[in-house]
Design a protein around this ligand. Structure first.
Ligand code: PLP
Length: 390
C-alpha cells in the first residue's frame, strides 16, 4: 500500500508511529476499565487523564473542559443538540428559536441543523464571498434577539479557507449568544488558544491530526450550559456515558502532544509544499483555478478546479496513477453535484464540476508533489481528448 501518493489528508491522516506504539498496550495487557476502583483500573484511568491534559494543552484549555467522544461528528452533535436542550427560556424576552450558521459547513453540522429545522428551529445561514470569506457586518446583522446558538466552521474541509473565529465569536459573545466551532480540520494544524476565542464549544477529531479514527473530543468551556446526548454510567463528567475508548484516547493524546511540540516547523514545511503544488499546476495547466486563493487558507489544502472536466473522471485516472485525492463534489445518483461549498462561493459551474482537493500532511514529500505536478498534464489531456471525441 505504501506506493500511494497520498494527497487526501483532509479525509484522514496516517497515524504517527508513536501514536500506534502508545495505543498497543491498551489493546493488549492494560485492558482494565478506567472506572474500576482497583489499582489496575486506576492505572488506566491515570493514562486517560494524561491524554485529557495533552489534548487540553493543544488548544489552551483546562483538562476539565475536554470531553472525549467517538469523533468529530459526535462532538458536533453533542455541542449543538446538547447546548440547545440545556438552554432554559426564563420567559423574559423572545423565546430562543434561531440558530445561525454558514453556507459552507461540513455535512456533520448541516445534517444536524436539518433535523432541528424539522423540529421547529429556524436556521439562519450566512453566505460567503468568491473566496469563501464571511463579511463581519453581515454576520452581525444576522444575529437576532432570539438566536440561541451560532455554529461556525474554522478551517473549511474542502477549500481550507479559515474564518476569523475570534472576531466573529466576539460579535456573538457581545450579545450573549453561545458559539460552537467545528475545528475538526484546524485542531492540530493551526495554533488554537481557546482563551482568545469567546466560544463555548469546540469540536475536534483525532484522525485529522495523525491520531486514530473513531476518537474525538469536545471542548466545553467552564460553566457553559450543555446536556448529554448519551446517557449511561456517568463517564466524562456525565456528558458522555459509556466506557472510554482507552486506546483511542491515549492515541489522541500522543498525537496532540506531537502537534503541540512541532507545529510551527511542520506548518512552514507543508505550506511550502502546498504552494509548490499549486504553482506547478497553475504554470503547466492553463485551465486550472485555485479556489479560495484570495483568502487565508489552511496550509494543507489546495482546491483546484480544472475547467470543463469532470472531477470524478480525474479522480479515477489519479487513482490509476496511484495518487489519492478527493473531489470537491459529491456524486449522488449518478449525477455529479457541485459541492455546496463551491456553490456558495459562486464558483463557475464549469470549474466547480472539475474541482479536486489535494490535501497534504507532515508526511508529504517534495518528490510526491513533483510527481503529481508531472503526472497531471498528461492525465488531463487524455480526458480532454476523450471529451472532444464524445
Ligand atoms: N467537520 C469537518 C470540518 C470535517 O472535515 C470532518 C471530517 O471530514 C468532520 C467534521 C467529521 O469528523 P469525523 O470524521 O471525526 O466524524
Amino acid at each position: 500500500m505504501n506506493d500511494w501518493v497520498y494527497c487526501d489528508n483532509n479525509a484522514t491522516t496516517r497515524p504517527l508511529p508513536e501514536v500506534v506504539e502508545a495505543m498497543l498496550p491498551f489493546l493488549r495487557e492494560a485492558y482494565a476499565n478506567p472506572s474500576s476502583v482497583h489499582q489496575f483500573g486506576q492505572s488506566v484511568r491515570h493514562r486517560v487523564e494524561v491524554a485529557r491534559e495533552q489534548v487540553a494543552r493543544l488548544i489552551g484549555a483546562a483538562a476539565k473542559e475536554i470531553v472525549f467522544t467517538s469523533g468529530g461528528t459526535e462532538s458536533i452533535n453533542l455541542a449543538i443538540r446538547g447546548a440547545l436542550s440545556a438552554r432554559r427560556w426564563t420567559g423574559a424576552g423572545s423565546r430562543p428559536r434561531r440558530i445561525l450558521t454558514t453556507a459552507v459547513e461540513h455535512s456533520a453540522v448541516l445534517r444536524v441543523l436539518e433535523v432541528l429545522e424539522a423540529d421547529e428551529w429556524i436556521i439562519d445561514t450566512i453566505g460567503v464571498d468568491q473566496d469563501g470569506r464571511i463579511e463581519e457586518a453581515e454576520f452581525a446583522a444576522k444575529l437576532a434577539d432570539d438566536t440561541a446558538l451560532v455554529s461556525l466552521i474554522h478551517a473549511n474541509n474542502e477549500t481550507g479557507v479559515v474564518f476569523d473565529v475570534a472576531r466573529l465569536a466576539g460579535i456573538a459573545a457581545d450579545r450573549g449568544i453561545p458559539v460552537h466551532v467545528d475545528a475538526v480540520q484546524s485542531v492540530g494544524k493551526l495554533p488554537i488558544d481557546v482563551t482568545d476565542w469567546p466560544v463555548q464549544f469546540v469540536s475536534m477529531s483525532a484522525h485529522k491530526f495523525h491520531g486514530p479514527k473513531g476518537t474525538g473530543a469536545l471542548y466545553v468551556r467552564r460553566r457553559a450550559r450543555i446536556s448529554p446526548l448519551i446517557h449511561g454510567g456517568g463517564q466524562e463528567r456525565g456528558l458522555r456515558g459509556g466506557t472510554e475508548n482507552v486506546a483511542g484516547v491515549v492515541g489522541m493524546g500522543v498525537a496532540a502532544e506531537t502537534a503541540t511540540s512541532d507545529h510551527a516547523e511542520t506548518a512552514h514545511r507543508v505550506r511550502a509544499l502546498r504552494d509548490r503544488l499549486e504553482g506547478g499546476i497553475l504554470s503547466s495547466i492553463p485551465f486550472a483555478h485555485v479556489n479560495g486563493r484570495g483568502a487565508e487558507r489552511l496550509y494543507t489544502t489546495a482546491n483546484i478546479g480544472f475547467e470543463g472536466l469532470e472531477a470524478e473522471a480525474i479522480l479515477i485516472l489519479l487513482s490509476e496513477a496511484r495518487i489519492c485525492a478527493s473531489a470537491g463534489a459529491a456524486c449522488s445518483s449518478g449525477s455529479l453535484e457541485p459541492s455546496h461549498v463551491l456553490k456558495a462561493m459562486g464558483i463557475d459551474e464549469r470549474i466547480a464540476h472539475g474541482a479536486i482537493r489535494f490535501s497534504l500532511s507532515r508526511f508529504s514529500t517534495t518528490e510526491e508533489i513533483d510527481h503529481v505536478v508531472a503526472t497531471l498534464p498528461g492525465l488531463l489531456s487524455r480526458l480532454t481528448a476523450l471529451s472532444m471525441n464524445r
